[in-house]
Design a protein. Sequence first.
Length: 175
Amino acid sequence: MHLCIVCRRVLRGQKVPSFIYQKMAGLSGKINNLVLQFLEGTDKFLVDFVVQPGNKFSVFIDGDQGVTIQDCQSLSREIESNVDREVEDYDLTVSSAGLDHPLKLERQYRKNIGRELNVVTVGENKIEGILAVVTEQSIELMHPVKKPKKENQQPNTILPYSEIKTAKITIKIGK
């Protein structure tokens, strides 16, 4: 009976006893560490680790040479073989950080130099351009002109990471 009351409180968003958070933090920490250990020494890296109520975990990975279904399956199996479902009930999703996910890490920006990006700034300005330069502090977008007139040429835009709300790769079909 007490366990059901705690579950209802979790679902309703009321204050939850700290031991529940400690249990979730323990499991999420364990899964996060397993992911990092598995990816260490490979060209793959963790992009995002999302923890949702009900022990639902979403792991998003990327790689310098991309990510395959086998990469996601291998990581999922590694986690499942090290976390006993009889002890911890959880829902796990392992996925690549695909084209529909915003770029978050400098490493992702570096692997996409030369590609067209759609950037939304913290001030809600929308900027499109070709990713030309990536540094530890910022990115630089080129704005190529289709017409050869010099007066239409826009200067490159330098955006510090702190000013970027979202940056997504422009998906072009048929080119």
